[in-house]
Design a protein around this ligand. Structure first.
Ligand code: OGA
Ligand code: NI
Length: 360
């Protein structure tokens, strides 16, 4: 059975892709290692079929920017509108000092730029101690790999002991900031659904935080690959911090087009995840987004914190308050642990996670 699958792959793509993927993974050096070796063209496993790279017309219509120091009632309305129409928005005046943003980015960057032999010791896909470091979450399931590496960890309910020394203090500080900001955002997002501000927090949606520190090395052939394949985030809300290198790298799907998310110094980007789309009975939208391969000379660093429920064995689905005879439940119920298992086994592409739970 296995043999047949392998030879089908050789037949289909003209080379032993599975073998080359494994070799790349076994090097434990990630895309950063490839770039350090000085290559001028990208290995074949990273080359995407052209039709999957540029399916949509790009536009420059901006995502909404929301000033968190605005009056509460105006703020709730704006956030509610942004979650309904875009699923993505930028926040300013969020109370986290610029120096903290810079320190957090610098620490994650420093992790990815440690000497090869130090990095390799951390490399692995298992999250056994709450931390992992790898290139491409979906390396073994996607048809083509992306030009980025990731440091992934759990932040809460338990902050792991094994967070690498080089970034531990900074990430612990970031976790505290996101706990405060996340609580504020969950309150606003709950109120935007006409629910009490404590609703989502009461369902443990602040307490299961996880983080990815993404590193996008400069790509010698950015038109042939991606930085991160199109996907939607599985959890409730995502808080994204990006450095100044971004340019137009991050794109969000909106109205049939890819909308550029330009980095604004000091701002953070917030997006709705699949679980919030389901809990809100589709009042809020979790939208696909992707990162282009880095065409700049400097690496780009981004840090996403995913707010997830800590109650993994709890049953989730459309909130009863948002279900009525006029608006019946659009999704079936599930355990959060089962939902995440499905996310990690399905591969990144597309909206298959929410569609799986959708009622006809
Ligand atoms: C993610 C993500 C965007 C970025 O990690 O889920 O969408 O700009 N990252 O790195
Ligand atoms: Ni994402």
């Amino acid at each position: 059975m296995k043999m047949a699958t392998n030879s089908t792959l050789i037949g289909e793509q003209g080379y032993d892709r599975a073998h080359q993927v494994k070799q790349f993974d076994d090097s434990k050096l990630g895309v950063k290692g490839l770039v350090d070796s000085g290559l001028s063209s990208i290995p074949r496993i990273f080359i995407h079929p052209p039709e999957t790279l540029h399916q949509l017309q790009p536009t420059t219509r901006p995502i909404p920017t929301i000033d968190l120091s605005d009056r509460r009632s105006a703020l709730v309305d704006r956030i509610s509108a942004a979650c309904r129409k875009f699923g993505f928005f930028r926040i300013t005046n969020h109370g986290i000092p610029p120096a903290v943003l810079d320190r957090t980015i610098a620490a994650v960057k420093a992790f990815h730029e440690q000497p090869a032999e130090v990095r390799a010791q951390f490399y692995g896909r298992e999250m056994t101690n709450g931390v992992s470091y790898f290139s491409n979450l979906d390396l073994y399931t996607s048809r083509a790999a992306s030009w980025s590496d990731t440091l992934q960890m759990r932040l809460a309910p338990i902050f792991p002991d094994d967070v690498p020394e080089i970034c531990r203090e900074e990430i612990a500080a970031w976790n505290k900031e996101i706990q405060r900001l996340g609580e504020e955002l969950l309150g606003l997002v709950s109120q935007g659904l006409g629910l009490p501000s404590e609703k989502l927090k009461g369902l443990t949606c602040l307490e299961g935080r996880a983080m990815v520190g993404n590193y996008y090395p400069p790509c010698p052939q950015p038109d042939l690959t991606t930085g991160l394949t199109s996907h939607s985030d599985p959890g409730v809300l995502t808080v994204l911090l990006e450095d100044h290198v971004g340019g137009l790298d991050l794109e969000v799907k909106h109205g049939g087009a890819w909308v550029d998310v330009e980095p604004v110094p000091g701002a953070l980007v917030i997006n709705v995840g699949d679980l919030l789309q389901i809990m809100s009975n589709e009042e809020y939208k979790s939208v696909d987004h992707r990162v282009l391969a880095n065409p700049h000379h400097e690496p780009r660093v981004s840090i996403a914190v995913f707010l997830n429920p800590s109650n993994r064995e709890g049953v989730f689905g459309p909130l009863p308050e948002l279900v009525s005879p006029e608006k019946p439940a659009l999704y079936k119920e599930f355990k959060f642990s089962e939902f995440m298992m499905r996310f990690f086994t399905k591969g990144l592409d597309g909206k298959s996670l929410v569609n799986y739970y959708k009622l006809q």
